[in-house]
Ligand binder design. Sequence first.
Ligand SMILES: *[C@@H]1O[C@H](CO)[C@@H](O)[C@H](O)[C@H]1NC(C)=O
Ligand SMILES: *[C@@H]1O[C@H](CO)[C@@H](O)[C@H](O)[C@H]1NC(C)=O
Ligand SMILES: *[C@@H]1O[C@H](CO)[C@@H](O)[C@H](O)[C@H]1NC(C)=O
Ligand SMILES: *[C@@H]1O[C@H](CO)[C@@H](O)[C@H](O)[C@H]1NC(C)=O
Ligand SMILES: *[C@@H]1O[C@H](CO)[C@@H](O)[C@H](O)[C@H]1NC(C)=O
Length: 198
Amino acid sequence: MLLVLFVACWLQVWTGVAGYTAGAPVGRCGDMTPGHNVTSQTSPSPYTIKVSNTTFSTNQTIKVMIQGPVYIGLLLQARSGSNPIAVGTWGTPPSNTQHLACSGNSQSAITHSNINIKNNETTYTWIPPDSVNSAFITATVVTNKTTFWINLKSETLNRGGGNNAAADPKVAVTPVLFLMLMSTVFQSFIDAPSTTSR
Ligand SMILES: *[C@@H]1O[C@H](CO)[C@@H](O)[C@H](O)[C@H]1NC(C)=O
Ligand SMILES: *[C@@H]1O[C@H](CO)[C@@H](O)[C@H](O)[C@H]1NC(C)=O
Ligand SMILES: *[C@@H]1O[C@H](CO)[C@@H](O)[C@H](O)[C@H]1NC(C)=O
Ligand SMILES: *[C@@H]1O[C@H](CO)[C@@H](O)[C@H](O)[C@H]1NC(C)=O
Ligand SMILES: *[C@@H]1O[C@H](CO)[C@@H](O)[C@H](O)[C@H]1NC(C)=O
């Protein structure tokens, strides 16, 4: 009974079904769930998080869409590794959604602003920060007042070349591989000049 009340209460807050101001509250930024005792859907999620690019650069926007059935509510963040901190910021929220101030940053998350239908064309814009070299988009999606899905995750997004390249370990490894390859080539010239001549 307590659980039922708790779920009902949470859904009121999240979906505004009883006239609450819509949108997830800041207190739910960390676990992105209604609470420890509340279970969401356990069957496989019908939703997937689609991203426009799995490579990112600081400030170069990534488009994010929730593919699947229409939905009425969501909490959307980008995170890095296992750190429960929202990273980066989100551009102007699409209709029926708004920014939520998670992790002390006023534009670090998106939630719904009403229970109007959002669909697979509703497009959110993530703006990658300087501070991480990999990230993923994570969401809680509310289908209707009795059905919601937590812990949805996109593919991993990795920082590409370009800006902040010095912080990217891949870039540091590449010259080493290149030198190893080159020294192998030179070595073969030195060791067996007759067989490698053109
Ligand atoms: C959660 O479950 C624990 C243990 O079952 C219980 O003590 C606690 O009161 C529950 N909390 C809520 C909010 O239902
Ligand atoms: C993906 O992002 C990288 C880095 O920001 C950029 O160089 C590349 O052009 C992007 N690709 C597409 C298809 O947008
Ligand atoms: C990213 O955008 C912020 C805010 O506009 C700006 O202060 C920062 O210099 C930009 N960084 C890069 C690498 O473009
Ligand atoms: C988006 O939803 C519409 C209506 O359900 C569907 O026809 C379309 O194929 C979907 N698009 C994608 C990319 O899933
Ligand atoms: C909520 O959505 C689920 C999954 O689509 C559906 O089975 C259920 O009937 C819906 N409930 C309401 C009250 O619309």
